[in-house]
Design a protein around this ligand. Structure first.
Ligand code: ATP
Length: 513
């Protein structure tokens, strides 16, 4: 099945099974805004819990905060967002659709990469074990030609982005013959800058309302609380502050489900370090963050680092963690070495000294910062995409199953009485009542057992338990595993110990230490 079709199926599955709904749907929705349903919110909460605990439980020098969404407007002047939080936009005159010029060009580079990857795959099949990829890349004329085009485009794009040369970005789009995917034409407007911050007003107009912004990132809430936390927590460098919260961006293109939303959630951690040690910490955090992703078991081949083409003026290193989504490798997390830019700017704009007194050296200085910034929604999407599978079963049947890591699954156990009589429902409910304190356990009595299993597969429940007539006699139940569909008879008293460890976030955290 084409990857685009898979993605469409995932989107409709998310709606059908209570993961993600378009916001305000009965009013025909609101562009790029989504609501999480009963299963989506559990999945998202588990992801947040995994992240939060990996930061503040596993690191004794990282603490959390929860800062307000509304902030003093000068913060966004100081951070550079008022002047420079822009994306280059371009319109197609025929389809009237709007695009990000940089994304159109990056997609084109992705197409060159895909062509090269296809050639390599073909050759690998042809040569089998004797295949030497490195040599093939260096000698195959078709690969070399594509690579040359890619390198040339890459160099031109990098230069244009560094100087924010809008005319050159447009020229690249024309020269590369990039067409609008809707109209298929090259009838492009000029490229313009567009500020992504949402504005609103605070206070009534009578007393002079103040224009404020909905925060476009959670990080600034951490920077402006640096001194509060450092002093009250008596923190010593290096130390980190973590936060999970909503962020808002008036994205130009919003057509990729929960990948790019106008209201979304971020999990950010700023790690304050001594100047001069930041690259060492940057590399350490790259490694820690990759380990966090890979502990989920989705396969190392589905992740890669993508170093930034264009470093923000304040950054001295930056990379993205990309995940293999059905629509290509895409950023889920950014790791940035932000120097002392933000703290220095707030010092300048607020007039308050924001320094660290180093008891060892006796000096005062502005700490440098390593930031790890991951989108909860993008992470949720990557988990959904990787877990969604359609399986052909014996007897021509198919099933749709979400093979979530059990620790992230919304429901861990579904308990089902075989029939709705003879005391079986009461016994099943008793099991639910005992286990619900330890993990998310549901009761399900409607439809045939087969249908109930399918329903649980579709929401990714790793375990089902069936209570039948033998249960009344010997206190055993049938435990059914989602992935293998294997069934075995176990004692009710053993259920907790069999399940609890495999579904707990702790079991994921243990892989990190
Ligand atoms: P992009 O280049 O895709 O616009 P970005 O580089 O601007 O993303 P950052 O500012 O580094 O993103 O934000 C950190 C993380 O927040 C991203 O890696 C992503 O997971 C998430 N994120 C950013 N913008 C959005 C959005 N509009 N919708 C959902 N998640 C987002």
């Amino acid at each position: 099945m084409a990857q685009e079709d898979v993605f469409k199926k995932i989107v409709s599955h998310c709606k059908e099974y209570g993961f993600v709904f378009p916001s305000s749907e009965i009013y025909d929705g609101l562009g790029a805004v989504y609501d999480y349903g009963q299963n989506g919110v559990e999945l998202k909460n588990n992801i947040k819990q995994y992240w939060w605990q990996s930061m503040v439980l596993l690191h004794d020098n990282i603490v959390g905060i929860d800062s307000a969404i509304f902030m003093h407007p000068t913060i966004w002047k100081a951070s550079g967002h008022v002047d420079a939080f822009n994306d280059p936009l371009i319109d197609n005159r025929d389809s009237k659709k709007r695009y990000r010029a940089d994304v159109l060009i990056e997609d084109k580079m992705g197409k060159y990469e895909e062509k090269i990857a296809k050639e390599i795959e073909k050759a690998r099949k042809r040569f089998g074990d004797a295949f030497d990829e490195e040599k093939f890349r260096q000698t195959n004329p078709r690969v070399l030609a594509e690579q040359e085009k890619l390198n040339a485009l890459h160099a031109r794009y990098k230069a244009a982005m560094e100087q924010m040369d809008l005319a050159e970005l447009r020229q690249i789009i024309l020269d590369e013959e990039i067409v609008c995917p809707i109209s298929g034409t090259k009838n492009w407007t000029d490229v313009r800058q567009f500020n992504l911050m949402f504005k609103t007003e605070m206070g009534s107009t009578a007393d002079g309302a103040m224009q404020i912004y909905l925060r476009p990132e959670t990080a600034q809430g951490i920077f402006v609380n640096y001194l509060n936390v450092q002093k009250t927590g008596r923190m010593k460098l290096p130390f980190g502050i973590a936060q999970i919260g909503k962020a808002f961006r008036n994205e130009i293109v919003a057509r990729q489900f929960i990948f790019r939303m106008r209201e979304f959630e971020q999990m950010e951690m700023q790690y304050f370090v001594k100047p001069g040690t930041e690259i060492e910490w940057f590399n350490q955090w790259k490694q820690w963050r990759m380990a966090w992703h890979q502990a989920l078991g989705f396969g190392a081949e589905n992740y890669r680092f993508h170093d930034h083409e264009k470093l923000a003026h304040y950054a001295n290193a930056a990379t993205d963690v990309e995940f293999h989504m059905p629509f290509g490798f895409k950023e889920v997390e950014g790791i940035h070495s932000r120097t002392n830019f933000d703290l220095s700017q707030h010092e300048k704009y607020s007039g308050k000294s924001i320094k660290y007194f180093d008891p060892e050296s006796g000096e005062s200085y502005t700490p440098y910062v390593i930031e790890t910034s991951i989108g909860v929604d993008r992470m949720t999407l990557s988990v959904l995409c990787h877990s969604y599978q359609e399986e052909q079963l014996e007897g021509g049947e198919t099933r749709v199953v979400l093979k979530f890591p059990p620790q992230l699954a919304p429901v861990k156990l579904s308990v089902m009485p075989l029939v709705r009589k003879d005391g079986l429902p009461d016994l099943a409910k008793q099991i639910v009542n005992d286990l619900k304190f330890h993990f998310n356990t549901h009761y399900d009595e409607k439809d045939s057992i087969g249908k109930r299993y399918r329903r649980q597969d579709a929401i990714g429940t790793p375990y089902c338990v069936t209570v039948d007539y033998d249960t009344l006699k010997d206190n055993t139940v049938t435990l059914r595993m989602r992935d293998t569909m294997e069934q075995r008879r176990v004692k009710i008293s053993e259920l907790r110990s069999i399940i609890e460890d495999t579904v707990s976030i702790t079991s994921l955290l243990k892989k990190l230490v």
